[in-house]
Design a protein around this ligand. Structure first.
Ligand code: PMP
Length: 284
């Protein structure tokens, strides 16, 4: 199971791969990325990830790496890696240039990809649920762009880890919840799902969308709107979604139990339904 890297057409081991220190990704975080996983030797939701990549690139006027050209490279990387349960990391930056804030439109972007084995979430955590903390939302106002510039997310996740929690959930100054540092957030109230609407406040998570669609298919009602930290604390269930995280119950928030401190029934049912969808390879 070789772990491999690709940098602008050059294939190598991950250790041997390199980019210039003048790359704007390194200097400024001037780039966007995607993380795509596979299940049983098949890349999951590849086209959805490519559509989101296109959205991110368009939003920052990053040209020169059309997804129609990137897609076959991703597939080739994945095939070379021969992973059944793998993760493709893909980053497109605005490329190498003398360090100046303003950029020259039409420069040559840097495309970096790696394929590695997937390190799945400890299966026990799906049964036990995880602790989370709340943190002030300090990030910029374009969280729909999957930017490599992740300082706010990193600082939040570090706080979570240092306090023994799995995730940090961002709360805006007016009390509205946005998302986790690397996940989307759902609450359950009276059998209905509630999650933040798509838009600049959150990343449009691929797993989020799949869970919304799966819930609707099963006749579960879904509201996509802002909700407050008080609504979250009082929720019947609280869970996180993400490519690596799948559907993971949160059982304590800031050390206070959510309901009985157990993973909720709807959370479990949605995780099962998600796995069924994966088995059916239904990711269009
Ligand atoms: N929000 C943020 C900030 C994230 O980094 C991620 C992980 N990419 C998500 C949500 C979940 O998105 P996805 O389901 O596409 O992995």
């Amino acid at each position: 199971m070789p772990e491999l890297a690709y940098v602008n057409g050059t294939w190598s081991t991950i250790e041997a791969a390199c980019v210039s220190i003048d790359d704007r990704g390194f200097q400024f975080g001037d780039g966007v990325y995607e993380v795509i996983r596979s299940y049983d030797g098949r890349l999951w939701a590849l086209d959805r990830h490519l559509r989101r990549l296109e959205h991110s690139m368009r939003a920052i006027a990053l040209t020169g790496a059309p997804t129609a050209e990137v897609k076959p490279r991703i597939i080739e990387l994945f095939e070379r890696g021969q992973m059944r349960e793998g993760v493709v990391y893909l980053q497109v930056t605005r490329g190498v240039a003398p360090r100046r804030h303003a950029y020259n439109a039409g420069g040559q972007p840097t495309v970096v990809m790696t394929v590695r084995a997937q390190h799945a979430v400890d299966i026990q955590l799906y049964a036990s649920g995880v602790p989370a903390i709340t943190v002030p939302e300090i990030r910029w106002s374009r969280r729909d762009i999957k930017s490599t510039n992740l300082l706010g997310n990193i600082l939040a996740k570090q706080r979570a880890v240092e306090s023994g929690a799995y995730e940090a959930i961002f709360v805006e100054a007016d009390g509205r919840v946005t998302e986790g540092s690397s996940t989307n957030v759902f609450i359950v109230r009276k059998g209905c799902l509630l999650t933040r609407e798509k838009g600049p406040h959150i990343l449009a998570g691929i797993t989020r969308d799949l869970i919304v669609e799966t819930a609707l298919e099963q006749g579960i009602s879904v509201e996509e709107r802002p909700f407050t930290v008080e609504e979250m604390r009082a929720a019947d269930e609280l869970f996180l979604t993400g490519t690596g995280t799948e559907v993971l119950g949160v059982v304590t928030l800031d050390q206070q139990r959510i309901q009985m401190g157990r993973v909720g029934d709807l959370t479990r049912a949605l995780l099962d339904a998600f796995h069924e969808r994966v088995r059916q390879a239904r990711d269009d």
